[in-house]
Write a protein that binds this ligand. Structure first.
Ligand SMILES: [Zn+2]
Length: 131
């Protein structure tokens, strides 16, 4: 389960909408499945079909969260035109079985956010609470 405060949920959706048709991406920091920090990041691929983080931004987010005694507990990206399901590539590139992988779909103008744990090539949905 991952709990996302309303203002951060709104900011994630706004980021996805602003960057569309390019995929938006970012990290969420927090503790024990509770999101407290939002780090919108640059999709250095600038692609509508995949994303890559900027390693410097990634490191800055990691450092900033650590300074607040928190961890990066989730990463998110958007699917501007496809459903909120991890692609084969998303599953292949998921490097950390402990964090949550959030996907925001804007397909057909409908907003949908889903979260997954990805381990051993398998994506398992988890509950998202907007709090
Ligand atoms: Zn994806």
């Amino acid at each position: 389960m991952i709990a996302i405060p309303h203002p951060i949920y709104d900011a994630i959706i706004a980021h996805a909408q602003k960057d569309a048709p390019i995929e938006a991406c970012g990290y969420l920091g927090g503790v024990n499945g509770e999101v407290k920090l939002h780090y919108p990041m640059t999709n250095v691929d600038a692609s509508a079909e995949h994303f890559s983080f900027d390693p410097q931004e990634q490191f800055a987010a990691f450092k900033e969260a650590s300074a607040q005694k928190m961890r990066l507990i989730a990463c998110y990206h958007s699917h501007p035109a496809t459903p909120a399901r991890p692609s084969q590539e998303d599953i292949r590139l998921a490097y950390d079985p402990n964090i949550s992988y959030l996907i925001v779909s804007l397909k057909d103008g409908e907003i949908s956010l889903k979260s997954f744990k990805i381990k051993g090539g398998e994506a398992t949905p988890e509950e998202v609470q907007i709090v």
